[in-house]
Design a protein around this ligand. Structure first.
Ligand SMILES: [Zn+2]
Length: 62
């Protein structure tokens, strides 16, 4: 049994119809610039949010 959850466009947050492809939506509804801008904003966000364990306190026994 195949169940496809509805796909949400990450660019405009529109829920796509079940028979619609995200790729078709991006090509049909968005310009290359819009998609590029989204990708860049995702990368910027990834740089702001710390990834890893930078906040882990590093106590040494005293
Ligand atoms: Zn969209």
């Amino acid at each position: 049994m195949t169940f496809d959850p509805p796909v949400t466009c990450p660019v405009c947050e529109e829920v796509l119809e079940l028979d619609r492809d995200l790729e078709d939506h991006l090509i049909g509804k968005h310009t290359q610039r819009e998609v590029a801008r989204y990708v860049v904003s995702q990368q910027e966000r990834a740089e702001i949010e710390p990834v890893g364990e930078a906040a882990t306190p590093n106590y040494s026994s005293h």
